[in-house]
Ligand binder design. Structure first.
Ligand SMILES: Nc1ncnc2c1ncn2[C@@H]1O[C@H](COP(=O)(O)OP(=O)(O)OP(=O)(O)O)[C@@H](O)[C@H]1O
Ligand SMILES: [Mg+2]
Length: 262
């Protein structure tokens, strides 16, 4: 992280211009000797929908996890909604309030009901009164069409239902940006659509979204840009039509031929 990044005074918001929702520049990260992210530059505008794809191990999860500091980076700058990411705990919390995340394996608390899963961060982190938290939870559970399951436990729901709860839980915190890390890849095929439908609706409502996914149909219909990563680098980024119809890089072509099955 650059020295000026530790200075909140360098926040873009203070310049008066409306900042990009996410602005990543010169990002490098190592796990020990392993250089996992290499010179990543990525700007995401407000309301933009980005799909990130690439082979296993290319650094997709690491990249999006750096955005809310679930992973630390060693070089470069990450600015979320005008706020510079630093090591400062308050700053990290401040940024996390703007960023919702949905994981492959839902990560719901198994011992809490669906409703409580959606309330816990609201009451503990955001200090909202319980009644208000419940009303918000029900609003978003309604939105992902699962309000009727609010009193069940995660183990009593299908994978697709659990993932919709996880999306509702993230939305309860009213994020400006949603990060999705392969939200459908642990689901049985018949449940993928119900989760993608929720994500499509979210996109149509104008949510800024970064989705790591290999659902190329989703990428075609929803993404403003598709990003292809390999070996820690962004190899190619383009609007979906260009990306799928005329990829520039040989590596992208090879990946697409494998994933699209021809
Ligand atoms: N905590 C860690 N310590 C060391 N190496 C790690 C760690 N987490 C990930 N890696 C390595 O970093 C590389 C990138 O991992 P990452 O999970 O970001 O890849 P990915 O593109 O999301 O892959 P997948 O498609 O399989 O989810 C991989 O080689 C992985 O083994
Ligand atoms: Mg991953």
């Amino acid at each position: 992280m650059s020295p000026q990044a530790s200075n909140a005074a360098s926040d873009v918001a203070s310049s008066g211009a409306e900042p990009a929702m996410i602005d990543i520049s010169g990002l490098n990260k190592w796990y020990g000797d392993f250089h996992v992210l290499r010179d990543i530059d990525l700007t995401v505008g407000r309301g933009e929908r980005i799909v990130i794809c690439g082979p296993s191990g290319s650094g997709k999860s690491t990249l999006i996890r750096c955005i809310n500091h679930l992973e630390e980076h060693q070089q470069g700058d990450i600015i979320v909604d005008g706020m510079h990411m630093t090591e400062d705990v308050k700053r990290i919390e401040q940024i996390r309030r703007h960023v919702g995340m949905v994981f492959q394996h839902f990560n719901l608390f198994p011992h809490l009901s669906v409703l409580d899963n959606c309330c816990i961060a609201q009451t503990w982190v955001q200090r909202r009164p319980r009644r208000e938290a419940e009303a918000t939870a029900m609003e978003y559970l309604e939105r992902v069409q699962i309000a009727d399951q609010a009193h069940k436990y995660p183990g009593q729901l299908s994978g697709g239902q659990q993932q919709r709860v996880a999306i509702a839980r993230a939305l309860c915190l009213k994020p400006e940006v949603m990060l999705f890390d392969e939200p459908t890849s642990a689901l049985d095929p018949e449940m993928i659509k119900e989760v993608l439908d929720v994500m499509i609706e979210l996109a149509q409502d104008g949510m800024t979204m970064l989705c790591v996914t290999h659902e190329m149909g989703f990428a075609r219909t929803v993404a403003d840009r598709v990003i292809f990563m390999d070996q820690g680098q962004i190899i190619e980024e383009a609007p979906p039509t260009t990306f799928f119809n005329s990829p520039r890089s040989e590596r992208t072509r090879l990946f697409l031929s494998q994933i699209l099955g021809h």
